[in-house]
Design a protein around this ligand. Structure first.
Ligand SMILES: [Zn+2]
Length: 169
């Protein structure tokens, strides 16, 4: 906690690169380079509503390579399912809920044992794609990278490498 406090102070002194948001969500400690995947899976690349700041390769004390991505999404709060799916790309990410300019809640993402309805199976021949039913996946590995298995076709895959697995394309 002290460490978090002092790095907040440090940021304040250095001057933030991007203005803080008044209401919305800050996804911090995203694995460097994964911010774009997080935006894709949250369907933020096509949004016309939210203002989004994407910091790539920001300085991080916590990560091994001292780099992280940060996403600031103004005017949007994430559902528990959306928070779960972020863990697929960034198991170390933290979610900060901002209301009236203050962090009212901070939580670490966790890789769930199961994903239902938030991802599509990368196997084109999977029945979930053919009949447009909600795919379900179980987590078969959490670290160093997440691996999932489809409960319908049993294909195991690494979602970071699978190009076509998000429900909205
Ligand atoms: Zn499948």
């Amino acid at each position: 906690m002290l460490k978090v406090q002092s790095s907040i102070e440090e940021n304040r002194q250095k001057g933030m690169l991007v203005r803080r948001i008044e209401n919305g969500t800050v996804i911090d400690h995203i694995t460097a380079g994964m911010g774009i995947k997080v935006m894709q899976v949250l369907n933020l690349l096509r949004t016309e509503h939210e203002t989004i700041a994407y910091l790539m390769n920001a300085y991080s004390e916590k990560s091994e390579n001292n780099r992280k991505d940060v996403l600031k999404i103004s005017g949007r709060y994430l559902t528990p399912e959306e928070i779960d799916v972020i863990s697929v790309f960034s198991p170390e990410a933290t979610i900060n809920i901002i209301r009236d300019g203050k962090v009212v809640e901070k939580r670490q993402v966790q890789v769930p044992k199961k994903f239902v309805g938030v991802l599509s199976c990368p196997n084109k021949n999977c029945i979930t794609n053919e009949e447009n039913i909600n795919a379900e996946f179980i987590t078969i590995q959490e670290r160093p990278i997440v691996r999932l298995r489809c409960l319908y076709c049993e294909r195991a895959f690494d979602p970071v490498l699978a190009l076509d697995f998000t429900r909205n394309g």
